[in-house]
Design a protein around this ligand. Structure first.
Ligand code: 13P
Length: 251
């Protein structure tokens, strides 16, 4: 059985005051014991959140890491080893906002994935197609290539210590959610692609859906056989809404 994971990606949001409020809101939530919960604050607020959630109401992760795991002369970057030292347990890699707006390539994503694991962090690999790619029937090809870029270089076994998030670009922050059937089709394809290398890894890896997940649509999405939870953007900035999404992932 795969333990569901609900992850909140706070993106470039938050001030010390609003983050403190969100921490208090999260601490008030009744969260299901059978669901793993994680939040990804901006780098600036990671320590504040780690301290505020010190009794591990939720895991804390970073939204990105440098491609090189070690500390060094690289202005503005944060190394996976520094994230691990701070107390993070997870890190997002390959979010579409970084791929599309900041020019991150598959090769960069592979290096970040490896850097994270070399420091004991769990990488959460984000994949997904644009609207244009979906409309031209290329969804599975695009997502398959993003996934293959990691499998081909690092092998299949790295997915025993990783999470995959399918986030269709057209559904992110748009209010448009993939239907449960649309999402399930891609999740099943991702799992089948991994199963071609290792049935065991494919069966245990968690594949999250992201893209306008909210309390009102979470249960339907999480009810699909290959959807093991969610990567939530906007709705994770509201503790009550995020708590309801976490509860929707519980049994
Ligand atoms: P929204 O939930 O705001 O659509 O964002 C999804 C996302 O990009 C999470 O990483």
């Amino acid at each position: 059985m795969r333990r569901p994971l609900v992850a909140g990606n706070w993106k470039m949001h938050g001030t010390r005051a609003s983050v403190a409020e969100l921490i208090n809101g999260l601490r008030r939530q009744v969260l299901p014991a059978d669901v793993e919960v994680a939040v990804f604050p901006s780098c600036l607020h990671i320590v504040q959140v780690l301290e505020g959630l010190a009794d591990r109401v939720a895991e804390v992760g970073a939204q990105d890491c440098a491609a090189d795991p070690a500390q060094g002369a690289l202005t503005g970057e944060v190394a996976a080893s520094q994230l691990q030292d701070a107390g993070c347990t997870l890190v997002l890699v390959g979010h579409s906002e970084r791929r599309l707006l900041l020019g991150e390539t598959d090769a960069d994503v592979v290096r970040k994935f490896a850097a994270a694991q070399s420091c004991g962090l769990i990488p959460l690999l984000c994949v997904g197609e644009t609207l244009e790619q979906r409309e031209s029937g290329k969804t599975l090809e695009v997502v398959g290539a993003q996934l293959a870029s990691v499998v081909d270089v690092l092998g299949i076994d790295v997915f025993a210590r990783a999470v995959v998030a399918y986030e269709p670009v057209w559904a992110i922050g748009s209010g448009l959610t993939a239907s449960p059937e649309q999402a399930q089709q891609v999740h099943a394809a991702i799992r089948a692609q991994l199963a071609a290398h290792s049935a065991e890894v494919a069966c245990t890896v968690r594949i999250l859906y992201g893209g306008s997940v909210k309390a009102a649509n979470a249960a339907e999405l999480f009810g699909m056989p290959d959807i093991d939870g969610g990567l939530v953007g906007g709705a994770s900035l509201n503790a009550d809404e995020f708590g309801a999404i976490c509860r929707a992932a519980g049994s």
